[in-house]
Write a protein of this length. Structure first.
Length: 537
């Protein structure tokens, strides 16, 4: 039986991908999703978050003597800010006032890792959730961001508390806050305090806002971690961030130097799918290891496997291009969906995390299921061992073995070796069969529709179907399906003018109201309500 070329290439790439060395560390005392890890001296500490049932946690846990130790906090800070202070203490503030990520809160407190105790410090200038912070060298802390409530800039001063500074030109959720100079602070981000995509306006702590054209096209992924600019800094007032392009979902590193935003010059773009053909969800944070001049980011595929990209940015400091290497876990997972923390030299730890939403093509958090798991991942060869063959050598060897095996198989049967064909040309009628599944059977209305469902219906493999759709349409599987869903929703909006918008989105196969609104506007330029009004007869 002849194997599809796309499938063989995916298998070869997957085998050639270097594997992360994985170590399971002792479990947390409490299942914890949305917890924020911070390295306090030599103690890894995870703060707050929520537990099973989306219930807020008012505690921290620090790792010492081979086990996790629990410490009660004064307030819960699920979806609040956490920032390291110059004296080694940690400042926490705001967060959801109720379980399920609802509401905003006032409380501010300080954690001292020397005593493992929390101390209340008063309240914020306003209730906040989905906020970020950045510390000055003198201990003052800039705070901004909110969720479903008004935003502004305020400053916490030791011994004085929090005070209002100024309004922002764009109210933001979980904004990026970074230093642009000795006294300069920039505040920017891709989503408003109601979840709407923002333009490229950047606020300054001092001075008027300005416009960064790059941020009109690329949406900055928010910080979902300890809000310290040091974790992504490559030089003084120069940072690497992760952004996603609106047009096609491509993810790329952005270099911010002072107030200048630009894409990091890469030899090749970061991957959007795994070698097996699964869509990758890139996490928000880039972690920089300045001694090695390397940066790290993580991604999950739809099966919960973890991938790590190691970006060698050293050559870009002299005008060259950055290279990257992609690693993956040796086990299939699933690992809990969680952000990562960089320890040193490519050592990455994940602490707790959430389960996976069942109705998502791209991995999304199920905040009602949380995890105790803690994992340590290492890139590079094991200490004291020689490196394995470089990936390119392994691919060449495996390609030769596969080709040889196929040639032997065909020679034994007396069948001549067929010419290689592209996925688009292998079966001319395959697109018609896929279209039939969508247009006649309306398979797109299945909320948890995956590439595997199409492949099963067609009697072929997942990787081949994904490659075929990408080659023929130029779209990812998710984009391809969502176009059908939007078109179906448009028909329903015209035929049923009194039906609820949310019901129409659900009938079209969208997993949530937010997903429906986001995709509908991306394809039509209008919200569903605006489109209905414009097209009423």
């Amino acid at each position: 039986m002849r194997l599809p070329v796309a499938y063989l290439l995916a298998v070869i790439a997957a085998v050639g991908l270097p594997l992360l060395r994985t170590e399971r560390l002792p479990d947390l005392n409490s299942p914890r999703g949305g917890g924020i890890p911070v390295l306090c001296g030599d103690e890894l500490t995870v703060f707050c978050g929520h537990t099973d049932g989306f219930v807020r946690l008012g505690s921290a846990e620090y790792f010492k003597d081979g086990r996790w130790n629990s410490v009660p906090s004064v307030y819960p800070h699920d979806n609040g800010f956490i920032v390291s202070l110059p004296d080694g203490k940690v400042l926490l503030g705001g967060g959801s006032s109720d379980n399920f990520g609802i509401g905003q809160d006032w409380g501010v407190e300080e954690y001292d890792p020397a005593t493992h105790r929390f101390r209340a410090l008063g309240i914020l200038d306003r209730k906040r959730s989905g906020c970020s912070a950045l510390a000055f060298d003198d201990g003052r802390v800039v705070v901004s961001g909110n969720w479903y409530a008004p935003d502004a800039i305020e400053i916490y001063e030791p011994g004085k508390g929090c005070s209002f500074v100024k309004d922002v030109s764009r109210e933001r959720y979980s904004p990026c806050i970074l230093r642009s100079g000795p006294d300069g602070i920039l505040i920017f981000g891709g989503r408003s305090n109601y979840g709407v995509r923002l333009d490229g306006t950047v606020d300054r702590l001092r001075g008027d806002p300005f416009h960064a054209a790059l941020l009109d096209e690329w949406e900055m992924l928010p910080f979902i971690d300890e809000s310290s600019g040091d974790i992504c800094r490559i030089a003084d007032f120069t940072y690497l961030l992760l952004a996603r392009r609106d047009a096609d979902g491509q993810v790329a590193p952005v270099r911010l130097a002072g107030e200048d935003f630009g894409l990091l010059d890469m030899e090749k773009p970061l991957p959007r799918v795994s070698p097996e053909g699964d869509t990758l969800r890139w996490n928000a944070g880039i972690r920089v290891d300045r001694p090695s001049r390397k940066a790290f980011a993580t991604a999950f595929d739809e099966n919960g496997r973890l991938y790590v990209v190691q970006i060698d940015y050293d050559s870009t400091l002299d005008g060259g291009k950055a290279r990257y290497e992609l690693w993956r876990t040796g086990t299939d997972g699933p690992f809990p969906l969680v952000d990562h923390w960089l320890l040193q030299g490519g050592e990455i730890v994940t602490v707790g995390g959430t389960g996976y939403a069942d109705d998502k093509d791209i991995p999304a958090a199920n905040n009602f299921e949380t995890s105790r798991q803690v994992h340590l991942f290492r890139t590079g060869p094991a200490p004291g061992k020689r490196s394995a063959l470089p990936g390119i050598v392994a691919i060449v060897l495996i390609t030769g073995l596969v080709a040889g095996a196929l040639a032997v198989s065909h020679s034994r049967r007396g069948v001549p070796e067929p010419a290689q064909e592209s996925p688009a040309s292998e079966k001319p009628d395959l697109m018609d069969r896929i279209s039939c599944l969508m247009e006649q059977e309306q398979l797109f209305r299945k909320k948890d529709l995956k590439v595997a469902d199409i492949a099963q219906a067609l009697g072929t493999n997942t990787t081949y179907v994904y490659a075929f759709i990408k080659t023929r349409t130029g779209q990812t599987f998710t984009e391809f399906v969502n176009r059908y869903r939007v078109h179906h929703a448009q028909e329903l909006l015209k035929k049923n003018p009194t039906d609820r918008i949310t019901d129409i989105g659900e009938d079209a196969g969208f997993s949530s109201e937010a997903s429906f609104f986001r995709n509908f506007k991306a394809y039509t330029g209008l919200t569903p309500m605006e489109w209905r009004k414009k097209n009423q007869s």
